[in-house]
Ligand binder design. Structure first.
Ligand code: GLN
Length: 454
């Protein structure tokens, strides 16, 4: 099959189902077909990269040259970037075809994609249920076979959680593995770009393409990029797998616990050594994250003032009024809530009590992991305590949504890689993922273990 045919199939499917699914914010039919034709030309000359001719969707938080990038927010409704994020440039260099941009929680703040201004993606397995978030459009578009893979971003679980809820594979790489240049910043010390795809193999290929040092991101790391695919299917005999007891407490849905238990048994039968381990500071990770992430966000989001780009209120008489009115009308409630929390936590007099304290506990969370990785190769756990829930269910209860992030956010606080791999389905037919975490720059262990579970 040619790339043009494949791309056309995806575009036709998007046209047919996306008015109901709501995964896409912007579809670039013309651009995608041009890229596909170019990929076919390259292939016929025996050229073309690792992704040559493969149709992909991109989270609308990544800057794409000449293609609208909204971040799921009204404030950037008409924003068209003048440059490509490094990861987009890399995808293009490898011949990938970009179908369009997909839905997400506004500025990636959320776990359901329900705050996306342009429409809320449904769970492809059950209409009316959330696809997860914030990279809900990425996971839904892959699961509904509108594309072959996607790029998302993960600040506290936003790749792994929607991948789990939609039954696809998602990986958050080690902090510094993938360039953040052109990823619109939410919480800069936690954000990472990563792939979502239908299987481990495709995820490994996508990650290989986007990884590597970038001089435009001062936190990207000069570290060789392994051939992740080479670890797929490798024996797990003797692999040490830690099961953190703090992740199996009350609040974990029994069906999820059973699916994860089944995953543990599969690894045990494959010759892995299963160990009971402890990450004692897990109970503080939600509190720490919801100080650090909003603090960084309140600073990062100061740039949306109506002056340089994005929505501007034209009726204001003074500059200050223009700032106020543009931000009041442009941002949604959740974004405003985070800006308020972050501004408060960073204000003089409160800084020591909140931000500084949270940063200190963050170090303890990192040390927990260090101790466990002294004796284990990977950590296995659920991704979320609950499967996908009904849209609107937690609308007036942001705190309970924050709490549902408990199993994913500590990986971001520590900067380690994490993967969600499909584990099974609930009786209602909702997918459930299994989470694997590994030490810094040990993504290959995730691929090795994940492929055994797949
Ligand atoms: N759900 C978390 C939050 O709302 C994580 C989001 C993310 O990873 N971008 O902040």
């Amino acid at each position: 099959i040619s790339s043009v045919e494949l791309t056309r199939n995806c575009l036709d499917r998007i046209e047919k189902i996306d008015s109901k699914l709501n995964a896409f914010v912007t579809v670039d039919r013309e651009g995608a077909l041009l890229q596909a034709a170019e990929a076919d030309r390259k292939r016929s000359r025996g050229e073309g990269g690792l992704l040559c001719g493969i149709p992909l969707s991109i989270k609308d938080l990544l800057s794409t040259k000449d293609l609208r990038t909204t971040c799921g927010s009204k404030i950037l409704e008409d924003f068209v970037p003048v440059f490509d994020a490094t990861v987009i440039q890399k995808i293009k260099n490898e011949g990938g075809v970009i179908l369009g941009k997909v839905a997400m929680d506004e500025f990636a703040m959320g776990s359901t994609s329900e705050t996306c201004f342009s429409g809320v993606p449904h769970n492809p397995y059950k209409r009316g249920y959330v696809a997860g978030g914030s990279s809900g459009g990425s996971a839904a578009s892959v699961a509904a076979m509108e594309c072959l893979g996607s790029l998302g971003s993960d600040t506290g679980g936003s790749i792994r959680q929607p991948a789990s809820l939609c039954g696809v594979v998602g990986i958050k790489p080690t902090y510094g593995r993938v360039s953040r240049f052109g990823l619109v910043a939410f919480a800069s010390s936690l954000d990472q770009v990563g792939p979502i795809a239908g299987n481990i193999d495709d995820t490994a290929r996508l990650l290989k393409c986007i990884s590597g040092y970038d001089k435009n991101d001062s936190t990207s790391v000069k570290q060789p990029v392994p051939d992740f695919s080479g670890f797929i299917g490798k024996s797990i005999k003797g692999l040490k797998v830690g099961i953190p007891r703090e992740y199996f407490g009350e609040g974990v849905d029994p069906e999820i616990a059973a699916i994860v238990e089944n995953g543990i048994n599969i690894l045990r039968e494959g010759g892995a050594e299963i160990r009971d381990v402890s990450l004692p500071h897990t109970e503080y990770c939600v509190a720490v994250y919801y100080i650090i992430a909003p603090s960084e966000a309140s600073s990062n989001l100061a740039r949306y003032d109506g002056a340089l780009y994005g929505y501007r209120d034209n009726k204001s008489e003074t500059l200050l009024e223009m700032y106020k009115n543009s931000r009041s009308a442009g941002f949604g409630d959740e974004v405003k809530r985070r800006i308020l929390i972050g501004t408060y936590a960073l204000s003089s007099g409160y800084y020591d009590a909140y931000y500084k304290k949270a940063s200190q506990v963050r170090t303890l969370i990192l040390e927990d992991y260090k101790n466990v990785f002294d004796e284990c190769d990977v950590i296995l756990s659920p991704v979320t305590p609950l499967p996908a829930w009904k849209m609107g269910e937690n609308k007036d209860d942001p705190l309970s949504v924050y709490l549902s992030d408990i199993m994913t956010i500590s990986a971001n606080l520590a900067g380690i890689p994490g993967m969600s791999v499909p584990g099974g389905f609930t009786r209602k037919g909702l997918p459930v993922g299994i989470q694997l975490q590994a030490n810094h720059f040990m993504e290959e262990k995730l691929f090795q273990t994940g492929s055994y579970l797949e």
